[in-house]
Design a protein around this ligand. Sequence first.
Ligand SMILES: [Zn+2]
Length: 252
Amino acid sequence: MPSFKSAAVILQVTDYAEFDRIVSFYTRDHGRLRGIAKGAKRSQKRFGGALEPFTHNEVDYFEREGHGLTRLENCRILNTFPAIILDIKKIAYGHYLLELVNTLTPEREKHPEILDLLLFFLNLLSSQPPREDILRVFEMRLTSLLGYQPQLLQCVSCGREYVPQAAYRFSVNKGGILCAVCHKESDAYPCLSHGTIKIFQQAQQLSLEKLNRIHFSASAHGEGKLIMLQFLEYHIGKRPKSLEFIEQLTKV
Ligand SMILES: [Zn+2]
């Protein structure tokens, strides 16, 4: 059984059989993996607090021939992001980030930059007051790293280059902006103002360490949220579960 050691963030943990847990984790070396943690349910000693969502670990795991699941052997905790679990909004936003990585990334496809993105946003969430608009930046950046970011530099139908003065709408299934000639004011396509397009272009283009400079106005965030949630639902095939938790907190 080949064994590996990699930095990883725990995405999801579920109980399995009497004593075990199934863990979904995103590794630097092999992308997203699932593994069985034998005895993790029965004894806290072996893995300590390492198998909690958000935890950044160095993980030892074995590949088991003929099995989709790896076997988790040891975890060394690097960071538990304690400030996240003290704030209900941070917990809700954080679980949303984990769910997007868990549902959008293909298993066993290596993208170390996705681990960097996730760690950057967990640090951001941990160190600043919770802001919902950082979720929009994360969504945009994650889809870019996976190769299907919304097209915002030219009309996705006719290919004409984006012009700041013109009126644009967004096509979810074509995956980008539509110019006025192509959308013909159809309500089937939500409007996207110049300000929102510009912020999303920055979210696609800025270097990782500058992403925390991006702020949405309330109206840009409203527009951006509408199109990104439709776009993600189109790609995932369902609405992310943790959105419900976020919506409940917004109502309070
Ligand atoms: Zn067009």
